[in-house]
Design a protein around this ligand. Sequence first.
Ligand code: COA
Length: 260
Amino acid sequence: MLYQNLHIEIDNGIAVITISREKALNALNSQTMLELRYFFGTEGPEMEGLKGVVLTGAGEKAFVAGADITEFRDLDAAQGAAFAKRGQDIFFLIERFSKPVIAAVNGFALGGGCELAMACHLRVAGERARFGQPEVNLGIIPGYGGTQRLVQYIGKSKALELLMTADMIDAAEALRLGLVNYVVPAGEEVTKAKELIEKITTKAPVAIAKVIESVNALFEDGIDGFATEIDAFGACCDTEDFREGATAFVEKRKANFLGK
Ligand code: COA
């Protein structure tokens, strides 16, 4: 795929994806969503050697200021539902990606931008980042999972407040509420996200994938998370990395994991 709106740089196994529509504050138009679907939906052998992904926005002002309002203002009910479903499916690909995906939030993360950050496994905010779900200002609600994931991260009471008032919160408040993992000085978001990926990369890759799968299971309808954890634990026991990890512990040395 020839990427138009995603600038992808792979450095030492870490893909830094910069959403690059700076003039529209990196708003997610359909082409950008298509490119995200292509990247995260292609978890094939070509992804081998990939340690993780950092998602950020071009420029200093915005991570992503929402879905592109110019594209969805004329939708009817059926088209609107299809639009939301398509977005949710793409964000599920991110949430279920087997390697860590970290949002490096460098500015406004509003509407679909806040939802995109929430679909990532972890979030690092620059101190100028702002978060919000302002959809009710437009007469709609979040459609890319915002009503669900915001509750998961910050609880029903505060989530309802933000969803109904359309208020924005700053990075410090997002940290206090548990919406982001770290706040760093502006400009250091990607570096911190890469550091986190490097740390996670020292662990057994299959175990990391199983952690993601098991935690996600808590929030999936009709799936028993405890049962998922049992299966995932069993699958980890079957890996070479488990033998290596346990042997390295006994031998008092660092484990050398191969991802098998
Ligand atoms: N979709 C499409 N275009 C967007 C956009 C979005 N979600 N958010 C910003 N833009 C565009 C603006 O239309 C403007 O384009 P223009 O220069 O051609 O007029 C450009 O990005 C810059 O935005 P602007 O509003 O002029 O910047 P600002 O500093 O005054 O305000 C925001 C910044 C983020 C507060 C404001 O742009 C905003 O409220 N955006 C919409 C946020 C939103 O409702 N998101 C949810 C959508 S579901």
